[in-house]
Design a protein around this ligand. Structure first.
Ligand code: SF4
Ligand code: SF4
Length: 390
């Protein structure tokens, strides 16, 4: 019996699809140059692959055909040698259309296996977000801003080859660095890309995360209906109308909270979230009207509180708000919980104002695709510089 290797690539649907495909395909083709057969396939990535929804590619490689066949007899691997995460906000967990509840980013990472993340954050900032495991695993990091582009544009900032170079270091039995570089030269005919792979190989940093360290939260889950509880035909229960919300000051009902899907939460689908400055809101209702996910709870005083169970982080509310810095999208990594901003504002208006000021002061670019002409030319050299400097 030969050796089977499994790598999963966890990515944001649409924005990182080509990136994930390049990595997965690159793993299989590089391993093949060393005579190992393999296959690469996407999961949860076909329609509806909604913008930002987490999805996966898998690369399965074996030392011989029979072992590969045996490995492929499963729908997908139960555990993987390496989990690649190309957006650090996915450290909080992921919820796709295709499975139920929140899945920790390291769920399939085997005991002693590696979670490889591209991030500018240090490991100690990411570990508290990542769900703890019963067995130790390794956390490997390569420095970089998450690489987003679009369905039709590919941002060639070398994230793909940097991941391949890092995998050569983390899983040397899969393929060598020399093989990765040969594959890159064959595929892209680009010596600079081969150098980026080499630098990632040299500079990938690894720490061991002991058992029980990390986010202790029990991931959101719910009971699936039993076969005998299912209704005839295709029946999708509708969402009932919403109702008033409790005013914490008077305990009277006021405002309005739309009812929401009780099982599909959107905590992990967003990479940014809106921060609302209630003191300068002019109650124009535009955010509430335009939000595609009906996220806004209308508060008893007629303000609009973006509910973090429902927000997918699209940024429409920021775009339509007519008041400068009343709604500001901020990188999801900056937040620990999902509590109501309005309730925080109600409790301590001065403290909330300071929090808003501080939170929106540091907001590196997080746009998913491209919002203006020339953004590709602006961002790609910065990423290439990170690849060069490590
Ligand atoms: S970012 Fe704003 S508009 Fe988009 S889903 Fe969230 S609250 Fe709604
Ligand atoms: S769009 Fe801005 S000003 Fe208008 S209600 Fe929403 S937060 Fe307030």
């Amino acid at each position: 019996m030969g050796r089977l290797f499994a790598v999963e690539i966890v990515y944001r649907g649409i924005f990182q699809k080509t990136l994930a495909k390049n990595i997965s395909r690159g793993i299989v083709l590089a391993a093949n140059m060393e005579g190992k057969p393999g296959t690469s396939f996407g999961r949860y990535g076909d329609s509806p692959e909604r913008n930002g929804i987490p999805a996966k590619y898998f690369a399965i490689v074996a030392t011989d055909d029979l072992t590969l066949e045996e490995g492929m007899a499963k729908y997908e691997p139960k555990e993987v040698d390496v989990t690649v995460c190309v957006d650090d906000t996915l450290c909080k967990g992921l919820e796709s259309w295709a499975w139920y509840g929140l899945q920790p980013i390291n769920k399939l990472t085997m005991p002693g296996g590696t979670l490889l993340i591209t991030s500018k954050e240090p490991a100690e900032n990411l570990i508290p977000m990542i769900h703890q495991k019963h067995e130790p695993y390794k956390l490997a990091m390569i420095k970089g801003t998450p690489s987003f582009s679009g369905l039709w544009v590919y941002k060639d900032d070398h994230t793909d080859v940097r991941i391949l170079g890092a995998i050569a270091k983390l899983l040397p039995d899969l393929f060598s660095l020399e093989t990765v570089k040969n594959f890159i030269l064959h595929e892209w005919k680009d010596t600079v890309k081969a150098q980026s792979a080499q630098r990632a190989y040299e500079r990938v940093s690894t720490v061991t995360v002991p058992a029980g360290k990390g986010n202790p939260e029990k991931p959101f889950a719910f009971e699936l209906p039993k076969w005998h509880e299912m209704r005839d035909g295709v029946a999708i229960p509708c969402i009932p109308p919403g109702k008033g919300i409790q005013d914490p000051a008077t305990h009277a009902a006021g405002g309005f909270r739309p009812a929401r899907n009780p099982t599909f939460k959107k905590w992990s689908t967003r990479t940014m979230r809106p921060v609302v400055d209630f003191d300068i809101c002019i109650k124009c209702t535009l955010c509430w009207l335009q939000c595609p996910d009906s996220c806004f709870d209308v508060t008893p005083e007629g303000l609009y509180d973006a509910n973090m169970e429902a927000c997918c982080g699209c940024g429409v509310c920021e775009a339509v708000c007519p008041v400068k810095e009343c709604v500001t999208m901020v990188n999801e990594v900056s937040f620990k919980g999902n509590d109501s901003q309005w309730e925080a504002w109600r409790k301590d208006k001065g403290g909330y104002k300071n929090w808003v000021k501080e939170t929106i002061s540091n907001r590196p670019e997080r746009s998913h695709g491209y919002r203006y002409r020339g953004q590709y030319e602006e961002q790609t050299p910065e990423m290439l510089e990170i690849a060069r400097q490590g």
